[in-house]
Design a protein around this ligand. Structure first.
Ligand code: NDP
Length: 434
């Protein structure tokens, strides 16, 4: 904390991992000898830059851009870009640190990184978003490349933003280098199912956890937070699996719909009109209710999918979930559950799937997008979905088996952290002191 003051999210993420590594460090003294942990918490490179741009009225704005290249022992740095007013170096470092372990856990050849800006896209026109993305890429292009660092989307960065970023990269470099960004549109190098992958993956992970308890998704009521990319596709996959997603939310409040969320209406409001969830309740009729400023976790359900942002599910929320009989929680977002809440849920016997494992489907399909780009191929949606399902099963099995091997059966947090750590640490050991 002395070395990195004012980075509470990064400290939280690092502490959460370090707290679970004791058994593996005891079993493998060579890790401590090579000071793997000390090297892992120090990013390989951190880039901070000015992003000047002009709004539609001609006023000048200055934002700050970040790219933290955390670890490349397993492959090029890989991780999303976040555009949100809360972005600062500590937030980017927490996301980059988590990404290293998550990417290792997928079993694919990708290192970890993350980036973004404190730019707030809410209420900005397409032209403003485009000018911002062009200015952002004018600096970022020096640092990325298909063999070096491959950004993707995250909060506030979807297909539209990736399009503007890719256009500017192509223009500056005069190269058609599809593999430099993932999350591209399907007509120009994107992969089928990339947009859906994170949400689908977290539902697949929940299904794996339930199956160990002799249950499936059919008929289960679910609470979902958020209404962005991850939340919408979590809801879609739940509906396709016969479950009942009852809620969605944004930073202003949540909606509960007794009949289950109407996916088409939600998509129309969020993806076409870029509106708010309050409008969903206004248009849906009697079954839906909007609760301004409320906590989505107050709605009783069997399953919970925090899919908005960090620290959105607190200890008090966990108490409510347990009281309402929740069976499983799968983190679609990154670090949405506070450490105290994780502890409480695990103690109560709730199956808890941490983001590093449960939301790894997005980056896994990004790696499949890179593979398609390298081979100049475009796979069918069925093929990508099958591969995604196999990867999620594999991640679940790896976490489960690793937790058992290190004396923490059923503890997916420990399993995910140790399994990801071992893979990165072994690569770092083999590659010497760099
Ligand atoms: P989007 O920008 O598409 O959606 C974000 C959603 O979360 C919106 O509903 C937004 O509401 C809400 N939200 C964001 N910040 C806050 C906040 N501070 N308080 C309350 N609500 C908030 O992002 P994604 O769906 O892509 O990302 C959601 C989460 O999933 C993030 O934690 C991200 O890191 C994680 N993730 C995403 C992946 C992906 O493939 N996209 C991959 C793996 C993880 P509002 O509009 O009001 O801000």
């Amino acid at each position: 904390e002395e070395r990195n003051p004012a980075q509470p999210e990064f400290h939280q993420a690092a502490r959460e991992v370090l707290d679970t590594l004791a058994p593996v460090l005891a079993a493998r003294p060579e890790y401590a000898q090579a000071r793997i942990v000390e090297r892992l918490v120090e990013p390989e490179r951190q880039i901070i830059f000015r992003v000047p741009w002009q709004d539609d009225r001609g006023a000048v704005h200055i934002n700050r851009g970040f790219r933290v290249e955390f670890n490349s022992a397993l492959g090029p740095y890989k991780g999303g870009l976040r555009f949100h007013r809360s972005v600062n170096l500590g937030v980017v470092k927490f996301l980059g640190f988590e990404q290293v372990f998550k990417n290792a856990l997928t079993g694919l050849g990708i290192g970890g990184g993350k980036g973004g800006s404190d730019f707030d896209p809410h209420g900005r026109s397409d032209a403003e978003v485009m000018r911002f993305c062009q200015s952002f890429m004018t600096e970022l292009h020096r640092h990325i490349g298909e063999q070096t660092d491959v950004p993707a989307g995250d909060i506030g960065v979807g297909t539209r933003e990736i399009g503007y970023l890719f256009g500017q990269y192509r223009r500056i470099t005069n190269r058609w280098e599809a593999g430099v960004l993932t999350g591209k549109g399907q007509g120009w190098g994107g992969s089928a199912v990339r947009t859906e992958a994170t949400g689908y993956g977290s539902v697949l992970f929940a299904a794996e956890m339930l199956s160990l308890r002799g249950e499936d998704l059919e008929g289960q009521a679910a609470v979902v937070s958020g209404s962005g990319n991850v939340a919408v596709h979590t809801i879609e996959k739940l509906l396709r699996s016969g479950a009942h997603p009852l809620t969605c939310s944004d930073s202003a409040g949540y909606v509960v719909d007794e009949k289950g969320i109407d996916l088409e209406l939600l998509r129309q409001i969020k993806e076409v009109e870029r509106g708010r969830v309050s409008e969903y309740a206004e248009r849906r009729g009697a079954s839906a209710r909007y609760v301004p400023g409320g906590r989505v976790w107050d709605v009783p359900a069997d399953l919970a999918f925090p899919s908005a942002t960090q620290n959105e599910l607190t200890e008090q929320d966990a108490v409510t979930l347990v009281r309402n009989g929740v069976k499983a929680v799968a983190e679609g977002a990154n670090m949405p559950t506070t450490p105290e809440a994780v502890h409480l849920l695990q103690e109560a016997g709730v199956a808890f799937g941490p983001g590093k494992a449960a939301n790894a489907g997005g980056v896994a399909v990004s790696a499949l997008e890179m593979r398609q780009n390298a081979a100049r191929e475009s796979w069918s949606a069925d093929r990508v979905e099958d591969e995604l399902a196999a990867i999620m099963r594999d991640i679940h099995r790896t976490c489960h088996e690793t937790a058992e091997r290190y004396g923490a059966p059923g503890d997916y947090v420990t399993g995910a952290n140790i399994a990801g750590f071992e893979r990165v640490a072994d690569a770092m050991l083999a590659q010497g002191l760099v």
